[in-house]
Design a protein around this ligand. Structure first.
Ligand code: EPU
Length: 351
């Protein structure tokens, strides 16, 4: 167990916000986490607890007056194999893209479209990360957790996680109650490329690769290229990837919009509703590449807010509120942050 008090979270949030926490504790095994529970009961009783991964989806608005926990549980192990499927356990503290890299190198198919997403395995299962037509829920078999209040271990099947677009039971009914220890993935032994989303097919052709003959490694590399072109590197410019979720609207709302803007991109949802890229709505409002003080909108992808240098969480939040208001005034469509806002007592609900 590593314990630090009055600790700056600067290295633990990709927005590059210099906010402090009363205490930061890192653990590297289930037994260690049980010790952490005892330590909190003795030294930090009653303080709010916040569990973080790589901090790639966090916005600190002020110093956090509580205990931040971080899992450093590692390990990627094959647990069983059938004729077509392979079950693999990954520790919550594994870096997500290291996990994807290992899968691709070993020929385990299913996560290659989720290449180069920042963050760690535990948070990926809580957030149901997604990109290029694949979501974490498509490959998660079960999530192994520890209940923080009791120390009891509980395994959630994928169904029990109640996954939806960027959401799970761990973000809603059970928010803050469980720490993820590890995640078991159900992957495929043979590779069928999933290249129908957005620009993937086109990107492969541009790279001189015949899309239907792409290998898993080539697909991973192409997706890394697309992401690097569109998304800013947090090492260079603080950001948290997509800042907003894409709104899902009733078909009639989309039809009204399409009458005015025939270029409006849209994705049909299984329930008959329509997902509209928030990046497009924000760009139509003129925000792409613009800024409010040190908080900016990325010039290549309007869904991404960036720290132009020295921004506080409040600066970014002010820009976010202004954008949400402008989009609502112009289109009558509410967009909401995907990023978690953290106040002095923990997560803040931003409606
Ligand atoms: N678009 C614009 N202007 C912009 C940005 C996008 O017009 O500034 C339009 C374009 O028509 C584009 C469409 O929106 O074709 C979709 O854009 P993109 O493919 O970049 O995807 P997105 O919907 O903006 C989502 C995820 C990303 C994920 C990509 C690719 C969310 C909140 N974001 O973005 O996830 O990488 O799809 O699958 O669902 C993240 O969560 O941090 C993230 C980066």
């Amino acid at each position: 167990m590593i314990e630090r008090t009055n600790y700056s979270m600067l290295q633990h949030n990709t927005f590059g916000i210099d906010a402090a926490t009363t205490c930061f504790i890192e653990y590297d095994s289930e037994e260690d986490l049980q010790e952490v529970r005892k330590r909190i009961a003795v030294a930090y009783h009653g303080l709010p607890i916040l569990h973080v991964g790589k901090g790639s989806n966090l916005l600190f608005l002020e110093n956090f007056q509580g205990v931040i926990l971080h899992s450093a549980i590692k390990g990627i192990t094959e647990i069983s194999q059938t004729e077509n499927e392979i079950y693999v356990r990954a520790g919550a503290g594994e870096v997500w893209d290291d996990f994807v890299d290992t899968c691709v190198k070993r020929g385990w198919a299913g996560v290659e479209n989720l290449s180069w997403i920042p963050g760690e395995v535990g948070a990926a299962a809580i957030q149901n990360i997604g990109a290029y037509g694949v979501e974490a829920k498509d490959v998660i078999y079960e999530v192994e957790c520890l209940e923080l209040a009791t120390g009891d271990k509980r395994i959630f099947s994928c169904e029990e996680c109640h996954y939806g677009y960027r959401k799970s039971i761990f973000k809603e009914q059970l928010r803050g109650q469980y720490a993820v220890l590890s995640v078991v993935f159900r992957l495929k032994c043979s590779f069928t490329p999933n290249i129908e989303y957005g620009g993937v097919r086109k990107a492969l052709t541009e790279l001189g690769i015949e899309p239907d003959k792409v290998t898993m490694t080539q697909l991973r590399n192409a997706i890394i290229d697309i992401r690097k072109q569109k998304l800013p590197d947090p090492e260079v410019q603080g950001n948290a990837g997509s800042f907003f979720m894409n709104p899902v609207v009733e078909k009639v709302v989309y039809e009204q919009l399409a009458q005015q803007y025939d270029s409006c991109p849209h994705y049909d949802q299984p329930d008959g509703r329509i997902k509209i890229p928030a990046g497009w709505l924000i760009e139509q409002c003129g925000w792409k590449g613009q800024n409010l003080g040190p908080a900016g909108v990325h010039k290549k992808q309007a869904l991404v807010l960036v720290n132009l240098g020295g921004a506080t969480g409040e600066d970014i939040a002010r820009l976010s509120e202004t954008i949400c208001r402008n989009v609502y005034e112009r289109f009558g469509i509410a967009i909401h942050p995907e990023v978690n806002f953290i106040g002095k007592n923990g997560l803040i609900d931003v409606k």
